[in-house]
Design a protein around this ligand. Structure first.
Ligand code: NAD
Length: 244
């Protein structure tokens, strides 16, 4: 596929899991991909995977929990055609036991970084009259769970930003959508959810967990002109879980 030929894309949290799969997928579609994350050795691995697939990638180190780093990242990346807000953390706690610092951090990474990175990069898209932003939210933003209420709130917030930005920037030709994954087999998800991961995955109508590549496909679609009339949408990619 070459639907992103000549485009520049930035993917946050692309040093592992879903973000890495998205970075490789967008590069295979022809985009020059700015891979961002905190750990240089892992970022370089993603760039190597991109190069092995025949694409072009650049790593920019950034800790998006730090607002100064978010702004520096936006400056270093410059104008982009596609922005994928994927970096996210999911610390699970019950509400009475939720520590304040991890509350601030999960909102900082999942919502504040998404917000201010978009704020910094969207003006160039508006000036160009074209651009695509994809927020990687979660079905956690649509359903309740016994632990992780803060995480769920951040993901619902991301979907709310998707709808607001679709309205705010649609007239300028900038499309904004969410992909809301269900259980996806990444190291972090399997470790965090523990043995419940397999059980939860099997309870999906498709009876299995998703793979990072399956989320990357959904992101590529929304980032490409194939989705030219789609904005403000939340594309749930969850094996049918929220349909049950
Ligand atoms: P992951 O831990 O592999 O990916 C998260 C990425 O974000 C990592 O690369 C991590 O380094 C990066 N990140 C975290 N904090 C950061 C910070 N302060 N600065 C810069 N980068 C930071 O896990 P994943 O499963 O690939 O998750 C990716 C996204 O998908 C997350 O937003 C997550 O909420 C969402 N999601 C995952 C699942 C799942 O089951 N795996 C389900 C729904 C949604």
């Amino acid at each position: 596929t070459n639907e992103l030929q000549g485009k520049k894309a930035l993917v946050t949290g692309a040093t592992s899991g879903i973000g890495r799969a998205i970075a490789v997928k967008l590069a295979e579609a022809g985009a020059t991909v700015y891979v961002t994350g905190r750990r240089a050795e892992l970022g370089k691995e993603t760039v190597e995977l991109i190069e092995r697939a025949g694409g072009t990638g650049h790593f920019v180190v950034a800790d998006v929990a730090d607002i100064d780093d978010v702004r520096r990242l936006a400056k270093e990346a410059g104008e982009v055609d596609v922005l994928v807000n994927n970096a996210g953390i999911f610390p699970f706690s019950t509400t009475p036991e939720q520590p304040l610092d991890s509350y601030e951090r999960v909102f900082g990474v999942n919502v504040r970084a998404t917000y201010f990175l978009t704020a910094a990069l969207v003006p160039a898209m508006v000036a160009k009259g074209k651009g695509a932003i994809v927020n990687v939210s979660s079905i956690a933003g649509q359903i309740g769970t016994p632990v992780g209420s803060v995480y769920n709130a951040t993901k619902a917030a991301m979907d709310a930003l998707t709808r607001s930005w679709a309205v705010e920037f649609g007239g300028a030709g900038v499309r904004v959508n969410s992909v809301a994954p269900g259980p996806i087999r990444t190291d972090t998800a399997v470790e965090t959810v523990g043995e419940m991961f397999e059980e939860f995955s099997r309870s999906a109508p498709l009876t299995r967990a998703g793979e990072p590549e399956e989320i990357a496909e959904a992101v590529l679609f929304l980032a490409s002109d194939r989705a030219s009339y789609i904005t403000g949408a939340v594309l749930t990619a969850d094996g049918g879980l929220v349909a049950t």
